[in-house]
Design a protein around this ligand. Sequence first.
Ligand SMILES: C[S@@+](CC[C@H](N)C(=O)[O-])C[C@H]1O[C@@H](n2cnc3c(N)ncnc32)[C@H](O)[C@@H]1O
Length: 271
Amino acid sequence: MTRSAPAPHSSTYLLGSSTAEHRRLLAQGDLLREAARSLLSRLPLPDQARAIDVGCGPQGILDLLSDKVGPRGTVVGLDNDEQMITWARESIANLSLPNVSTTLGTLSGDSEPAFDLTHCRLLLINSADPEAIVASMAAATRPGGWIAVQEYDWATWQCDPPHPAWDTLKTLLASVFGGDVHIGARLPSLLRDVAGCPYVHTMAHTFYWRAVNPYQRLLLHFAGLFGERLHGRGLDPHTLATLTRELGDHLAHPATVVRESLLVQAWGRKP
Ligand SMILES: C[S@@+](CC[C@H](N)C(=O)[O-])C[C@H]1O[C@@H](n2cnc3c(N)ncnc32)[C@H](O)[C@@H]1O
C-alpha cells in the first residue's frame, strides 16, 4: 500500500515541523473544518469503508474521516515526517479515534487499490511533483472510490487597501515557496487527466481577516520562515526588514482587510 520512509530526513515539508508549525496547522485545521465536513458530506461511502488522509500532518481531517467511515470503517493517516506522525498519534489518542491508525511514509505509484476514499489537503501546494502524488492517490483508490483534494490558490490572497510591500513580498514568496501556489486552480485537470476521474466536482471557500485575527499576518509569517531563501533571490536583509515593517504597520491598521487564499476542493470517482 504505502512505502515506509526509511528515516526522518525523507520529509520534504519546507515549512518544517516546529512547535509553531504544529500550532499553526491545528489552528488552520479548525478554520477549515466546516469546509472539510461539507466536502465529506458529498461523498457516499460503502459500509466498512477504508479512507486515507495523505500528508495528514498533526491531525489533518482524521477526526472527520473517523466519523465519516463509522465504527466499522478504518482510516489511515499517512505522513513522511516522523514528528508529524508523532503528533498525529497524539491527536488520535486525545480525540479517542479507535478506527484511525498512522503510517510513516509516502504513497507509491504502484500502491494496491485499497481505499474507498483517498484524500489530501494542503499537500500538493508544498510539493515539487504534484502529478506524482495525484497519480499515487489514484493508484491507491479502489475502482468506484473517491479521490478528494483540497488546496489553496494564492490568486485571491490580497490586502485592501493594496500595499506595494504586500505585492513585492507575495511575488517573491511565491517564487521560493517550493510548490505551485496556484495549484488550487489546476485541481480539476489534475483529477481528470492524471487521476483519470471522468467527472470532477468542485467547490471553493475563502475568508476575510482584519488586524485582530492572526491570519491577517500570515504573509509576514512566511516571510520570516523563508528569510534565507528570499536573500537568495537577491532581497537583502535591510530591504526585507523595511518591507516587513511597512507591511506590518499596514496590516495592523483597523481599516485594512485581508482576503485569504481560495481553498479549492475537487473530487471525483475512479472509474
Ligand atoms: C501543510 S501540511 C498539511 C497537513 C494536513 N493535511 C492539514 O491539512 O492540516 C503538509 C503535510 O504533508 C506532509 N508531506 C509532504 N510531502 C509528503 C509526501 N510525499 N507524502 C506524505 N506526506 C507528505 C508534510 O510532512 C506535512 O505534514
